[in-house]
Design a protein around this ligand. Structure first.
Ligand SMILES: [Zn+2]
Length: 132
């Protein structure tokens, strides 16, 4: 059962796009500061111009540690778009419950309901893994 209405999905899609644009702007600023024209050129391409590869993968190849957070964020957004396409967006990947619209408004890339997320964070934090 789809937990989200189409208009809710539309709202979250818009938010994901905005977040993606914001991340791209941060990446662009970072690259402009570094004076790396080749990478700036890549960013100026339309997404389709880099072929089948996602922008996140293309950037990850550069191995710019400073951009790790942005690249991870872009990957999360790409994964969220994929889940929208697959019709499973808003469904917890652990337990299959609804993630909930309110939670998705705050974290549009959330893959887990709050119960599973907290459980995961408790387990992973203890093992010294980063969140998410
Ligand atoms: Zn869950």
């Amino acid at each position: 059962m789809a937990a989200l209405t189409q208009s809710q999905i539309d709202q979250l899609t818009k938010k994901l796009n905005e977040n993606n644009q914001a991340l791209l702007r941060e990446v662009r600023n970072e690259l402009e500061n570094s004076g790396d024209q080749h990478r700036i050129d890549l960013l100026n391409n339309e997404p389709g111009d880099i072929g089948d590869e996602s922008m996140a993968n293309a950037l990850a190849d550069f191995n710019v540690a400073r951009l790790d957070r942005q690249i991870q964020g872009m990957r999360d957004i790409e994964a969220a778009f994929q889940r929208i396409k697959d019709g499973v967006f808003g469904v917890c990947i652990e337990c299959g419950d609804d993630v909930g619209f309110a939670r998705l408004q705050a974290y549009p890339t959330a893959k887990r309901c709050i119960v599973c997320q907290e459980k995961r964070e408790r387990e992973y934090v203890q093992e010294g893994h980063p969140k998410m």
